[in-house]
Write a protein that binds this ligand. Structure first.
Ligand SMILES: Nc1ncnc2c1ncn2[C@@H]1O[C@H](COP(=O)(O)OP(=O)(O)OP(=O)(O)O)[C@@H](O)[C@H]1O
Ligand SMILES: [Mg+2]
Length: 646
């Protein structure tokens, strides 16, 4: 019932819209001067009177010229405005947007009158310039609205990636942003063009005697002769054009959807030059990077707090920290996407703190790769070379070498969307390496890959690093990844670099409880120093356990925290003895394949986790049973309790 009603309403409004338009067409073939329905005889006289008439043809010429100029002007003004409004937040942005789109809200008559007053005082009424300028004002909103809509879907990372790869702001606009918003510009341009061709109100005021547009002419002929049937012929021609245009767009869309992916090996069989990357690597190692008291404040949030770090030339250093600790912010400042609130960044001894990203010569691999979607793999990798003015054979040879380096020699002709995540990752790597950057920045580049692929890529990256001996600043929140790949790790927490060291040093000598907890697992026991006995100290824990720990740096009566790795704890069988032994009850036994985890309750407020390597013949204790657990003095790390870490 409801459906029938909506269908009926739709059909009625369609009839109301379409019927008069369709009725025009038979009328245009009528022999009669008066509008008669049905038309009496077939005749082309009205078409002839249009096509053979000098005045009509002149008006078509004027309309086309006005529409072309108005479209070009509106696109030239509207495209940068749309992009700027999409990318920048500034005071008065909303007001500016309202002003730009006002012409679609303000009645055309008012615009026409004010344009008339202005151009009359300039003696420009009756010129194509006056009409085109006014039409472009009417058209700019179409371009801005469409460009803005498309920009919302374009990730800002593409532009950042382009700047990082060496493109100037202008190159970035021309090669990345403009092609990505092309669809918006085209739709906007079509709307401006059609609106201008159609426009009669402004033309009524501004056409004068010398710049009479087609709609103006049609208007005049209607009021003069009631209705000159020539108008029906013109309208029918216009309908024909619109239908042809719509069909053309449909065909183009269908063809694009059916276009097959280009064969993957279209670029095979070329010869390649050798050794751009490796030769350069042999001749020059990466540069050293130095951060001095780097600070970034976002409003009330201090994202990075006086971070100082020395990355040696050729080193693989990882920034490791929990989510929100400031890793990306540090990387963005190093790359030049964010300006530090305070502090300095030195690359190879040169202060680059205030340099724009494209001058820093650093490669960057983004978390979601930021491969340019409108370019093939080859074009993506060639991008940093082209914006540096490298041309011809050298580009080909270097791109080919970079592709071989990441083992994707045959993928050059594909588009990013035709690649798997792991392949995209490698293309991003090749693109960041192809111009021999002094430093490679990587922000969680493996996070999107599955476990197996991630582990393969970790090994691959290590291999590349050894090959090229380039400096790498890598970011991850995954401690296993950091331990696997890095020469050294800088652990960051709440914007502060807490400790820098080799994976082994961090694991074995964590500087504080945060690091002991973050790098691997630890059991923590808190207590007070009861007595000192030479090189050892006796500690009483909150739950009443008595522990012997190293006395280094410990004062009687001091509060401290003791960290013990789960694999350093031993569930004691017969005969084994440790200086520290506590009784405990088995709460849980968790089978993990390579290890078995045993959760023990030592006191009502203290639990201990033990990890036993799973070897043949190992019999884990039964849940509920009572056992003794022991550990060596040197396996308990004494940390001075940090009240902030609770
Ligand atoms: N543009 C910004 N405006 C305001 N606050 C920001 C901005 N960028 C980052 N922050 C804040 O700064 C802190 C650090 O963010 P950052 O992105 O550097 O963390 P991260 O270590 O990279 O985290 P993740 O592992 O989740 O990527 C966070 O508290 C974040 O909310
Ligand atoms: Mg991040």
């Amino acid at each position: 019932m409801w459906r029938a009603a909506t269908a009926g309403a739709t059909a009625f409004s369609l009839m109301f819209l379409v019927l008069p338009i369709v009725a025009l067409i038979p009328m245009s073939f009528s022999t009669q001067h008066f509008l008669a329905w049905p038309p009496v005889l077939f005749s082309l006289q009205w078409y002839q009177s249009f096509l053979r008439d000098r005045d009509w043809m002149d008006s078509v010429g004027v309309s086309l010229r006005v529409a072309v100029v108005a479209t070009v002007l509106a696109c030239a003004l509207g495209t940068p405005a749309g992009i700027g409004l999409a990318r920048h937040r500034f005071p008065g942005r909303d007001l500016l947007y309202s002003l730009i789109v006002a012409p679609v809200i303000v009645p055309v008559l008012i615009i026409a009158i004010s344009a008339y007053l202005m151009f009359a005082s300039l003696h420009l009424v009756g010129t194509i310039s006056a009409l085109a300028l006014t039409h472009s004002v009417l058209g700019v909103p179409f371009v801005v609205i469409n460009v803005l809509a498309v920009m919302r879907t374009v990730d800002v990372q593409y532009e950042l990636a382009a700047r990082n790869l060496g493109a100037t702001p202008w190159q970035t606009f021309w090669r990345i942003t403009a092609p990505l918003v092309r669809a918006g510009i085209i739709v906007g341009a079509l709307l401006v063009f059609i609106t201008s061709l159609d426009e009669a109100v402004v033309a009524l005021f501004l056409s004068g005697k010398d710049a009479v547009t087609l709609p103006r002419m049609m208007w005049d002929s209607i009021t003069r002769d009631e209705l000159n049937p020539t108008v029906t012929a013109i309208a029918s021609l216009q309908i024909g054009l619109v239908v042809a245009g719509m069909l053309g767009m449909e065909v183009a869309r269908g063809r694009r959807a059916r276009r097959p992916a280009r064969p993957a090996d279209a670029d095979a069989g070329r010869t390649a030059g050798e050794g751009f990357l490796f030769a350069a690597a042999g001749a020059r190692r990466g540069a050293d990077l130095r951060l001095v008291n780097l600070t970034k404040q976002f409003g009330s949030v201090r994202a990075v707090d006086r971070a100082s770090l020395d990355v040696r030339a050729g080193e693989f250093l990882t920034l490791l920290g929990p989510s929100g600790s400031g890793k990306t912010t540090i990387l963005n400042m190093v790359a030049g996407f964010e300006t530090p609130t305070a502090g300095e960044i030195l690359l190879g001894g040169v202060d680059v703190t205030r340099q724009p990203p494209d001058r820093r010569g650093m490669g960057m691999v983004f978390q979601n790769y930021a491969l340019f979607p409108h370019m093939t793999v080859l074009e993506n990798i060639a991008f940093p070379l082209r914006v540096r003015g490298v041309r011809g054979r050298e580009v080909e040879a270097r791109v080919e070498e970079a592709l071989r380096l990441v083992r994707l020699d045959r993928y050059g002709a594909r588009y990013p969307r035709q690649l798997s995540g792991g392949e995209q990752q490698r293309v991003a790597l090749a693109r960041a390496l192809v111009f021999n950057p002094q430093l490679l920045l990587m922000d969680e580049p493996l996070a999107a890959l599955d476990k197996h692929l991630r582990e393969n890529m970790q090994i691959e990256l290590r291999r590349l690093h050894e090959h090229l001996s380039i400096t790498i600043l890598f970011v991850t929140h995954d401690q296993t990844e950091a331990m696997t790949m890095s020469d050294r790790i800088a652990v960051i927490n709440r914007g502060r670099i807490e400790q820098v060291g080799t994976p082994a040093a961090l694991y074995e000598s964590p500087a504080n409880a945060f690091i002991a907890g973050f790098i691997g697992e630890s059991n923590f026991l808190e207590g007070t120093v009861v007595s000192l006995n030479g090189r050892e100290a006796l500690v009483q824990t909150a739950g009443g356990l008595r522990l012997t720990v190293s006395a280094q740096g410990v004062a009687p009566g001091g509060r401290l925290r003791v960290a013990i790795r789960p694999e350093s704890l031993h569930v004691l069988g017969d005969g084994a003895a440790y200086p520290n032994t506590v009784p405990a009850q088995v709460e849980e036994v968790i089978y993990l394949g390579d290890v078995i985890k045993v959760v023990l309750r030592a006191t009502p407020q203290e639990t201990l986790v033990v990890k036993q390597a799973n070897r043949k013949g190992l019999r884990p204790p039964d849940p509920g049973s009572r056992v003794q657990v022991g550990w060596a003095v040197e396996d308990a790390r004494v940390l001075v309790a940090d009240p902030a870490d609770g």
